[in-house]
Design a protein around this ligand. Sequence first.
Ligand SMILES: [Zn+2]
Length: 470
Amino acid sequence: MPDHVHLILGCDPQFSIHKLVRYIKGSISHLLREEFPELKRNLPSLWTNSYDVGTVAGVTIETVQRYGESQKGKEAVSKKTKRAYKFRFYPTEEQKILLAQTFGCVRFVYNWGLSTRKTAFFQHGQSLSYHDLAAMLPDLKKAYPWLSDASSVPLQQALRHLDRAFVNVFEGRAQYPTFKKKQNEQSATYAANAFKWDGKALSLAKMDEPVDIHWHRDLPKDAQPSSVTISKDCANRYFVSILVEDDIKPKPLVNNMVGLDLGITSMVALSTGESVGNPRYFAKDEKRLAKAQRRHAKKKQGSKNRNKARLKVAQIHARIQDRRRDYQHKLSTRLVHENQVICVESLAVKNMVKNHSLAKAIQDVGWGEFVRQLEYKSSWYGRTLIKIDQWYPSSKTCHACKHVLSSLTLDRREWVCPECGVVHDRDTNAALNILAEGLSVNACGGNGRPVRAKARQAVASEAGSSHSRG
Ligand SMILES: [Zn+2]
């Protein structure tokens, strides 16, 4: 059986080439699957790597070849990118005390800044900037002398973070900031003037000894950290995140393009027909977690045992989160490595989480984080990530002929297109549509920046359903 076919056709110049290709693909898929029924199993998608090259007005083959050659050298050049490296570290008892003080001061300054900004705005109609608040810091320190126990740099950084939080609100990326609580994750950021890095050891302001970092990987050679963030999670683990300027080399160009359908039954369905399992870490640990939570609830408020039980719950959560993130990193790295263009639906995870029956499963899969990883890794390595606007009816559109079904229930994993007769695996078909939709709006520039594509048909009824909606 041939692996590729050349077709030479003549048709009305007004007739859209896309339509033509679509019809050809549709009917050939149909014929092939009829002739070779086993193809359906082995090759769920026949057309992922098909191309159409169109020329007009007698362009010579030499011109086409020259163009091809001219594109070869156009690989993205390496660029300096700020990149954070996160490590676990083990503070001494002394350091723990200093860190606890620092976290407390940072939290206090942040909350003070937030309430000061709120009051200024809601009572006096004033907008305070970072500089306004930073100028008030010395007076605040006089009023609360214990603030001087911590280095002043993390306190200023807390005000910068607050400023960032407000910018995010104004630019529509985030909700209004809330007060920081002692029970949540704690953090403090040290700018370059508040730590020392000699290429081997890291010492923070006001600390006598360098911190004992567990180096599970190397920092880039001759790295000059521009800031260092120390954090303590709810399971009482300490982390240091070191921000360095990294020379990230883009990966060599590859020809593959992929569409991703993010789902629940399988975390990601690829347009190549592969489906990457949803590890459902949360579900695995759910029983253990429920038990720990019940224990926690029974303990007396404010007791030592209650605190111990709370820690146990936090540890299970942390374990789930770590494993999930690890899995997501492996998958996103692999996808970015293998594909030049990745098309994905931008999801309103928050809206979907409102659907309670699906909420837990959706949060468990961690779509938002996964797409975020694809986004920055694509930009590092010179890949293109195209996000399709949500509620494009990707599942119920036939990828071969673009016929749209009026409805498709969630339990139907496979369906036959009434127009062209192609048998579709639900998720693969959706992924193929996402790929086609993404490519149709973006002429593969390869600049590595995520591109927002407007779905042409928004179908409201798709909003309520779960996997590859529709
Ligand atoms: Zn069809």
